[in-house]
Design a protein around this ligand. Sequence first.
Ligand code: ASP
Length: 336
Amino acid sequence: MMNNFRYLSTLLLLFLCVPFFGQNDNKNPKWSIALHGGAGTLSPNLTKERIKILENHMLEALSIGESILSQGGKSIDAVQAVVIYLEDCPLFNAGKGAVTNLQGIHELDAAIMDGSNLKAGAVAGLRDVKNPVKAARLVMDSTKHVFLIGEGASAFAKSQGLDIVDNSYFSTNQRREQNERIKKGAEEPCPVGTVGCVALDMSGNLAAATSTGGMSGKKWGRVGDVPVIGAGTYANNGTAAISGTGHGELWIRRVVAFDISALMDYKDYTLEDASKEVIFNKISPMGGSGGGIIAVDKNGNISMVFNTETMNRAWSKSDGTFGVGVIKGDDKSFKK
Ligand code: ASP
């Protein structure tokens, strides 16, 4: 009788304490954020000065996301704001500064995904929408659809009041010259400079966004992995938020972002192990020009795995630590 009483009172005590354990967790809410600005090979153009400029712009972009997350803002708003900054920055292959197709026309792709409800929005082949990630967000928030392409996507963006620009707005001298070299066969088409962001907010919600001009020298109408949900972009509160960069055809064929999430979901992989498994054991053997991912899990762990010589990357956490890097092994970490 006495034993039963002890057993029941212990159970009651545990039951009463559960809400307090929960509250305790909530007293120290965490946020994490990571971004990428594309992956690629080392080139003579990548001087120390250029690396510094890239790093400064990535840290500036990161600070926009940090300020949203540290004030209790949503991860979906943080990833969108960071990607808008990177789209407006001509150094990256997204928005202004995007590569062109072989005809010299910019066709832009973007996607965004909310891990709290698995809602997603994506656009492809946009020629005149200044910020494709804003169009992707509106597809998610204001339509019953996930993916709009080409003229229909542009018309939708216009109807929503987004900024519309001439296709030449996206051009830079560097991209025009690059396309000429590719047309003459003096340069290989390659994927470099796509942008993406992943974040965990203080409410435990994960989000991912990615934006790109695609692969340089691509065929008219080619769509890469970025707007294909599960290939270049994915978020699920139960696992992770992932944004990819690299040889998009491989990312589509291996469904990279979803595969990382699925390994965590079905096989209990850690984020780091799942990311390494997919990039090194699934993507690397396929050849091509490779690439990488940035990802954050539901506990705020960040993973930045790539099989290329470079990946522009930066990250930050609510504990005051942050970092930035361009070349493999050249990660700089700081504490505020
Ligand atoms: N993944 C992008 C694409 O293939 C390119 C990149 O990441 O730079 O469209």
